[in-house]
Structure formats: structure tokens, C-alpha cells
Write a protein that binds this ligand. Structure first.
Ligand code: NAD
Ligand code: GLY
Length: 361
């Protein structure tokens, strides 16, 4: 089977992997995975919404290729991205007889990808990982690039690792079963990519009609992420940090809301609007450019106003413990213009407080 059609290669310093994007590819996943020679025993990690829909297709395809599967299911939702889940999954794998010769498949959205990714990086000090993303967020962003992680009450993704998958298998047919709210939230990350890297994508975003023809847009987004990850794999030069546009305040909203009030993309929508405000005040983003981003967020019914139950102090406290203000300032991604972002060292706690007030109006 060819890896070249509809696929993006992520070239790292020492190795590479493919992200294959194709409708209906799930039923062939066993053949693709067996070509990698990663073993004959796998832990298929999924959640309570995704497993009933897609786990049997994956298991049957693996079985045809003589790979045994142990399905491990966690409760759907951000609350499952915890160290407790990592321990539970690892213990289930040990009880099922898995050892260093096993491998992990993450079947689900970003929650499962980040959680199963961390499991595979620590189980027997690291076993191979295959990502099968089933949401927009995971297909355009989280399944690519090797960031794994779990949350604590102090902040998002504070415990994690860099651990790349050996292969990403993206079946865009799976997007058909996403509830509307979960489908829409994914576009916050697409809009982020357009904002930081590719202004021309906004026209495509505004022309999206339905879920049928998203392969090209997903590939375009994977390419944006892959090229950034290739240049700054471990987020050392500042380039990869640009992918965090809207995430400093967005992650604080998720944590302060107890990882349940807002979906990830909804919190990022608010984070993007707050970051736009800071970009207009401290950099060169114009009102008309700001409107392009807000109109795109509105097209997907993403929130533009923060609920009153989360206070400025709650959000600032998360940012103080997570991101660390130094001398009242924080490293923050700002937009110079659509398609061009940079890291600023000059954003103050006062700027962030004003931006939070702005998203309440
Ligand atoms: P998610 O994994 O919680 O999925 C959203 C919901 O959709 C869940 O209820 C899930 O059960 C359900 N679902 C998933 N696929 C489905 C399908 N095909 N049909 C029906 N239901 C389906 O959330 P998400 O938005 O995919 O991911 C958010 C997470 O990703 C956050 O934890 C975020 O921090 C993380 N993330 C990580 C990175 C990274 O680089 N590692 C990047 C972006 C986001
Ligand atoms: N989602 C941000 C990153 O992968 O760096």
C-alpha cells in the first residue's frame, strides 16, 4: 500500500513518520501498521464515545494481519487526561500481559492522543505509538508533533513528554459522527494555523460547507504543523511556541473552569480573541484583521464572550503558577498581521488583565 498519496512526511533529526489522510482508511489500518513491524500485541486505547463507534473496525483489521488487540477504554472527556488514568492504563496493560514488545494505538480525539502518547512513552520506558485521530483538533494538530501530556488542577499539560508516533492514520470519515459542538470546536486550531502562518486559508475556512470535503484542508494544516515541528522539535528556538497563539489565556480558561465548562477549542476561541486584543495594543494587528479572525470563529459558533463565573483572579492565578510571570511580564505570542506571529517578552500582567476584561464585554 502506498504511503505517498494524501500523506505528509514529518522529517525529524533522526527519523521520520507519515501522516496519511484518506477517507475510509480505517479498515486498512492493520495492513499499514503491520508494515511497520512494531509487534503482534497492541493496546488499543480509546474513550467511551469513540470505542463503540470505531474500535471493532480497527480490531478486525489488525486481526486480519495477525495482531492481537486489548481494548482499553477511558471515560470520554478532558477529565480523563490525568496521571491517575496513565497509571490505570499501564496496570491494565501489565495485567493483560503486555511488555516491551507491545505497542499502543491511540484511537480518538486529542484527549486520547495526549494520554495514550504519554502511556506509550513511559510503559517499559517507551513502546511504539500509532495515532488514529478522530476529531478535527487531533487530525490537524495534536496527533502530529509528539507532544503528550496530562493535566493537573494547577494547569494544562504540565506533565508530559515529547514522543512522536510511528505513524498517523487519519480517516476523515470519522468526522461524520462528531456531535456539532465537538466538530465546531476543532476549527479554533485551524483558525489559529491560518492566523499565525497562512492568511489565504481564511477564505477556505469561510467556504467550508459540511463535513464531506475536508481532506485538503486537513492536509494543509498538517503541513503547517509538520514544517514548524521539523524546525523546532522541542520548542527551543521559539518557532514552535508560535503554535501556542491563544493558548496562554485559553489553557487558563480550561483549567479555571475545572476542565469541563468549555471544550478545548471553545476555550482557545476566547484565548484567540484575548490574544488579538493584546496584539492590537502591543503589536500591529489592525481592526479589520481582527474581524477576519472573529468572523471565522463565529462561523463555527465558537464563544466570543467569557462566562462571569470564571474571575480574572482565577485565570491570573493559573497563569502565575503555569506560565510564570517574570518582573510582571510573560512570554506571549502576538500577531504582527494575519499569517505572521512572533514571541513577545513585553506583555504585562496588566495587558492580560485588560484582555480578559475585553472578552467579558
Ligand atoms: P476530545 O478528545 O475530548 O474529543 C472531543 C469529544 O468528541 C469527546 O467527547 C470524544 O469522545 C468525542 N469524539 C472524538 N471523536 C469522535 C468521533 N469521531 N465521533 C464521535 N465522537 C467523537 O477533544 P479534542 O478536541 O479532540 O482534543 C482536545 C485535547 O487535545 C485537549 O486536551 C488539548 O490540550 C489537546 N491538544 C493537544 C495538542 C498536542 O500538540 N498534543 C494540540 C492541540 C490540542
Ligand atoms: N499544539 C502546540 C504544539 O504542538 O506545539
Amino acid at each position: 500500500m502506498s504511503f505517498n498519496q494524501n500523506s505528509v512526511k514529518v522529517e525529524l533529526k533522526d527519523n521520520y513518520y507519515e501522516v496519511i489522510v484518506r477517507k475510509g482508511i480505517l479498515k486498512d489500518c492493520g495492513q499499514l501498521i503491520s508494515q511497520l513491524n512494531v509487534g503482534k500485541k497492541c493496546a488499543l486505547i480509546s474513550d467511551s464515545n469513540v470505542a463503540p463507534l470505531y474500535a471493532s473496525q480497527v480490531t478486525e483489521s489488525l486481526k486480519k494481519n495477525e495482531i492481537d488487540t486489548e481494548l482499553i477504554e477511558v471515560e470520554a472527556g478532558e477529565a480523563s487526561k490525568s496521571l491517575e488514568s496513565v497509571e490505570n492504563i499501564c496496570r491494565k496493560m501489565i495485567k493483560a500481559g503486555h511488555d516491551r514488545h507491545a505497542f499502543v494505538i491511540a484511537l480518538g480525539g486529542g484527549v486520547i492522543g495526549d494520554l495514550a502518547g504519554l502511556v506509550s512513552s513511559v510503559f517499559y520506558r517507551g513502546i511504539p505509538l500509532i495515532q488514529i485521530p478522530t476529531t478535527i483538533v487531533s487530525q490537524v494538530d495534536s496527533a502530529v508533533g509528539g507532544k503528550t501530556g496530562v493535566n493537573t488542577p494547577e494547569g494544562k499539560n504540565l506533565i508530559g513528554s515529547f514522543y512522536h508516533p510511528r505513524l498517523v492514520i487519519t480517516d476523515t470519515l470519522t468526522l461524520g459522527s462528531l456531535p456539532d459542538r465537538e466538530f465546531n470546536e476543532g476549527f479554533a486550531e485551524v483558525i489559529k494555523h491560518a492566523a499565525i502562518r497562512d492568511e489565504s486559508m481564511f477564505e477556505k475556512i469561510m467556504n467550508i460547507d459540511g463535513r464531506e470535503n475536508l481532506d485538503e484542508l486537513i492536509i494543509q494544516n498538517v503541513k503547517i504543523k509538520a514544517r514548524i515541528v521539523e524546525e523546532d522539535e522541542k520548542e527551543l528556538s521559539g518557532l514552535r511556541a508560535l503554535l501556542n497563539y491563544g493558548h496562554t489565556i485559553g489553557h487558563a480558561i480550561e483549567a479555571a473552569g475545572g476542565y469541563g465548562k468549555y471544550l478545548h477549542g471553545e476555550a482557545i476561541s476566547l484565548g484567540l480573541i484575548a490574544a488579538n486584543k493584546i496584539s492590537s495594543e502591543t503589536s500591529h494587528l489592525s481592526d479589520s484583521e481582527n474581524r477576519v479572525i472573529i468572523n471565522a470563529l463565529k462561523k463555527f459558533n465558537l464563544p466570543t464572550k467569557l462566562e462571569d463565573s470564571i474571575s480574572n483572579e482565577d485565570l491570573l492565578n493559573v497563569m502565575r503558577s503555569d506560565k510564570k510571570f517574570k518582573n510582571g511580564k510573560i512570554r506571549f505570542v502576538v500577531l504582527n498581521k494575519l499569517g505572521e506571529a512572533e514571541l513577545s517578552e513585553d506583555v504585562t500582567e496588566h495587558d492580560i488583565n485588560s484582555a480578559i476584561n475585553f472578552i467579558r464585554k
